[in-house]
Design a protein around this ligand. Sequence first.
Ligand SMILES: NC(=O)c1ccc[n+]([C@@H]2O[C@H](COP(=O)([O-])OP(=O)(O)OC[C@H]3O[C@@H](n4cnc5c(N)ncnc54)[C@H](O)[C@@H]3O)[C@@H](O)[C@H]2O)c1
Length: 424
Amino acid sequence: MKKTLNVIFIGLGSRGNVYASQLKKQSEDVNFVACADIDPDKLTRFADKYGIPEECRYKSGEELLNCEKMADIAVIATPDRLHASEAIAAMKKGYNLLLEKPISPVLSECLQVAKTAEELNKSVIVCHVLRYTGFYGRLKEIISSGEIGDPVSVDAFEAVHYWHQAHSFVRGNWRNSTESSPMILQKSCHDMDILLWLTGKHCKAVSSFGSLTHFKAENAPEGAPERCSDKCPSYLSCPYSVENCYIKRAREQGFFGWPTDVVTQEKTLEDLEKRLAEGPYGRCVYHCDNDVVDHQVVNLLLDDNATVAFTMCAFTKAGGRTIRFMGTKGEIIGDMDKKTLAVHIFGGESRVEDTNAAATDNLGHGGGDYGIVRDLLGLYTDESGSSQSLTGIKNSVESHVVALAAEESRKTGGKLINIEDFIK
Ligand SMILES: NC(=O)c1ccc[n+]([C@@H]2O[C@H](COP(=O)([O-])OP(=O)(O)OC[C@H]3O[C@@H](n4cnc5c(N)ncnc54)[C@H](O)[C@@H]3O)[C@@H](O)[C@H]2O)c1
């Protein structure tokens, strides 16, 4: 007989809701026992939707974790800097975890979460959702089959997308590294994770360059006020204005999906305009308290002298990831948005694989949101399921170490960082 999986949720924003809806979509054997958020609206909306009784609605993660254990799993989807303390407190109460990335922006805390999981024998799935996509899953299969020989070099690119940068990394939650995380960890721990996983190798040294070049006061158009709606002379022409990022699509196409739904949960033009006139997302992108980079390059030296060159950049028309994977017998050129993998075997045949078919649910990180929840359910409810998660804490920490080492290198002018020394 299948076991019911009891779950608590800490942090009921975008990600908490994604995991809740995936859990309900994929299994009838999940029971949402309690939830916590400091935002009363989000708490009520979530709890009402899933029928969680009044007495099981908590005003913070801390309050919920002060209670005795009441479920098998805790889903932790709060802001970055809370993850480690909540994860450790939850494990001490006896919970296994689905833990949003980053594990922590602080190296010692990342290592402490991993150590606690090992000592208490707790399962911690870190939400490196890319490993669960059909695209990267198939790429890993081809590489592991040996078809392109031994991986020697990888060239990977993450296009952030100009208005995604403005929304999340200039005006939004991840604009300031001391409040959240450095961008190479926040956005690209996924990339560090996937690149190490694909190569099947470890990183021994890192160097990095990057900076915040554009979203600064000195680049503001003449006469730009603090807020777009305060009669900015560039209101219509600036690609980053609230008109061009949010309002036009809402007015002309009725679009209130991501990221507009982060600004207004009511999803009306009136509420959107009011929130943009008053809230953080209405600020001029040249007059925010942002400090995270808008472009960064990272070079990795792997343990057998294979190399990885990775670039992340805000200034792209659309978001997405591309990769060129070079082995001793062939190369693979992949485009995650198109979901294609072009495989070229030296002196042999070439083919283009369409990985659409490999993804069960392509929505949400290319099927990754579906896949990570399937992995979680497999671990706990399906008796024939795997006993080890693809993104367990042990496999996930290295990406964070590498990302934090890259940030250290960037801040010290591209200094070469030896990973072993960095951990010490
Ligand atoms: N795996 C991925 O691909 C992915 C994608 C986006 C975001 N994330 C990560 O997920 C986390 C959450 O991101 P999000 O987009 O859902 O943000 P969000 O702001 O929508 O949600 C965070 C929620 O946590 C709540 N919160 C804050 N302090 C709290 C506390 N003490 N106790 C309980 N709740 C508290 C907030 O009120 C908010 O509702 C972040 O760490 C982010 O880096 C991961």
